[in-house]
Write a protein that binds this ligand. Structure first.
Ligand code: SAH
Length: 399
C-alpha cells in the first residue's frame, strides 16, 4: 500500500493547479515539514479544505513533485500507470510503424502525465530514466505496467538523482530481458547509430535533435566544409557527411569522443579520410582556427548548458553570445551557423537576442533561415511550456 498524506496549498496557488499546472512548487506548500519520504502520495487541499489534486513528493530541480491526477478517488496502482503508458504508446503509433526510425522517446515525463520519468525506445530495448528518488519509489509498479504493455527485447534504466546511499546495491543499468549487445545499431531516418545502453549516463545520441540532423543532411550539407563543435559522438557530422559535405571536422574535449565518432562513421560506410575528429577544448580550437585562417561553410554550435573544464566554467545563459561571436569569425560569408542550446533557464526570445547582439558587436549582419524546438515524440504539456527547452536557429551570415 502506498502511503498517502494530506497537504495544504497556500491561497493563490490552487487555481493554477486546478487548471492543470503539473509542477508542485516549493513556495505553494503551506507546511513543508510534513514532507518526509519521497514517493509519498500527496492529496492537495486548498485553504478552504477542498480537494485540488493528487501529487507525489519527489525532489527535482526547483520542484517538490508532480501533480498526477485531478480525481480524488484515483488509485495510484499498476493500472493507473498502465493507462498513462497506453496513451503514450498510442500517441507514438506512427513512430512504431516507421521502419526508417527505430529510436525515439516513448514517454516524456509530465508531457505524458507523469513528471519525473522518461522512457526511450531503441530498436526493441526500453530505457527508463528516473529523475527523482520520489518517482523511483514507484519503480516496481511502473515496470510491471510497462512489461504488460509492450513487447521488449530488454529493459534498462538510468538514475538521474542522488539516492543518498539508498539502493547502493544496484550498480547496473540492466533490469530485465535480453542483455543488449555492447552496441545496438538503431536507425534514424535510415542513418545508423550505435547506442550503448550500459556505458555511463549518456547512450550515444540525443534523440531530440532528430529533425535538425535530417534537415542538415537533406537541405544544407551538400558540398559544404562542415564544423561540428561539442560534437560528442559526431551525430551531426555523420548526417552532414551523408548529405554530401566535402569534409567534416568534429571537435570535442572528451577522449571517448574519438572512438565513438569513428564508430558512427564506420557503421554508415563513410570514408574516414574526409572526416577529421579532434579531441580538444572548443575554446582553444576557435583560437587555433582563427590563427590559421580556417573558414567553414557550415558550423554547428551545440554546447552543454553548463560545463566545467580545467580552464573555465561555461554557462549557456552567460556565455552563449561570446561563443557565437567566435563561431561567426570562422564562418564564411554566406555560410550557415546552426546555433543550438538545451538550456532550460532562458527561452527563444532571449536566445534570439544573443544572436542579434553577437552579430551587432562584430558589425556583422545575418538572416534567420529557420528554427526548431522539440520533436513530436518529446511531448510537451501545454500547461508547462517551459519544458520545451530545445532551441535551434539556422543563421545565414551575410556579413
Ligand atoms: N552536439 C552533440 C551533443 C553535445 S553534448 C550531439 O548532438 O550529439 C556536450 C558535449 O560537449 C560533450 O560531449 C562534452 O564532452 C563536450 N564538451 C564540454 N565542454 C567542452 C569544451 N570546452 N570543449 C569541447 N567539448 C566540450
Amino acid at each position: 500500500m502506498l502511503q498517502e498524506i494530506e497537504i495544504k496549498i497556500k491561497q493563490g496557488y490552487e487555481n493554477e493547479y486546478r487548471n492543470g499546472y503539473p509542477l508542485l512548487t516549493q513556495e505553494s506548500i503551506e507546511d513543508r515539514s510534513l514532507l518526509r519520504d519521497e514517493g509519498v502520495i500527496l492529496n492537495l487541499y486548498c485553504f478552504k479544505n477542498k480537494f485540488i489534486a493528487k501529487a507525489y513528493y519527489g525532489l527535482q530541480n526547483k520542484g517538490y513533485g508532480w501533480l498526477i491526477s485531478l480525481d480524488k478517488d484515483e488509485k495510484i496502482d499498476k493500472s493507473f500507470f498502465k493507462k498513462k503508458i497506453y496513451l503514450a504508446l498510442k500517441y507514438r503509433a506512427s513512430y512504431f510503424s516507421d521502419a526508417s526510425t527505430t529510436a525515439f522517446r516513448v514517454f516524456n515525463g509530465e508531457g505524458d502525465g507523469l513528471g519525473g520519468l522518461s522512457i526511450d525506445y531503441y530498436e526493441g530495448y526500453y530505457l527508463l530514466t528516473w529523475y527523482s528518488l520520489g518517482i523511483y519509489e514507484f519503480r516496481d509498479l511502473i515496470l510491471d505496467a510497462l512489461k504488460e504493455s509492450v513487447q521488449y527485447k530488454g529493459i534498462y534504466q538510468k538514475k538521474r538523482f542522488d539516492s543518498k546511499g539508498k539502493y547502493l546495491d544496484e550498480k547496473d543499468d540492466y533490469i530485465c530481458g535480453q542483455k543488449a549487445p555492447k552496441s545496438i545499431i538503431v536507425k534514424e531516418n535510415n542513418v545508423n547509430f550505435a547506442i550503448h545502453l550500459d556505458d555511463g549516463a549518456m547512450v550515444g545520441v540525443f534523440l531530440d535533435q532528430r529533425e535538425v540532423r535530417n534537415i542538415i543532411k537533406t537541405k544544407y550539407a551538400d558540398n559544404k566544409n562542415f564544423l561540428n563543435t561539442f560534437s560528442y559522438t559526431g551525430a551531426f557530422s555523420v548526417f552532414a557527411a551523408l548529405g554530401g559535405a566535402s569534409t567534416t571536422t568534429s571537435v570535442d574535449l572528451a577522449k571517448r569522443s574519438l572512438l565513438k565518432t569513428q564508430e558512427q562513421f564506420e557503421i554508415n560506410d563513410i570514408d574516414l579520410d574526409a572526416q577529421e575528429i579532434i579531441v580538444e577544448d572548443v575554446f582553444l580550437y576557435f583560437k587555433y582556427a582563427l590563427r590559421k585562417n580556417l573558414e567553414f561553410d557550415m558550423i554547428v554550435l551545440d554546447p552543454p548548458s553548463f560545463a566545467r573544464s580545467k580552464k573555465h566554467t561555461f554557462s549557456a545563459a552567460k556565455d552563449y553570445k561570446n561563443l557565437l561571436k567566435e563561431t561567426i569569425l570562422i564562418t564564411k560569408k554566406g555560410g550557415v551557423i546552426v546555433a543550438s542550446t538545451n538550456a532550460a533557464n532562458f527561452g527563444m526570445m532571449k536566445f534570439r537576442e544573443f544572436i542579434t547582439k553577437a552579430f551587432k558587436e562584430l558589425g556583422g549582419r545575418f538572416e534567420v533561415l529557420e528554427s526548431y524546438s522539440l520533436p513530436k515524440d518529446f511531448k510537451v504539456d501545454p500547461k508547462f511550456k517551459e519544458a520545451n527547452y530545445l532551441k535551434v536557429v539556422f543563421i545565414k551570415k551575410i556579413k
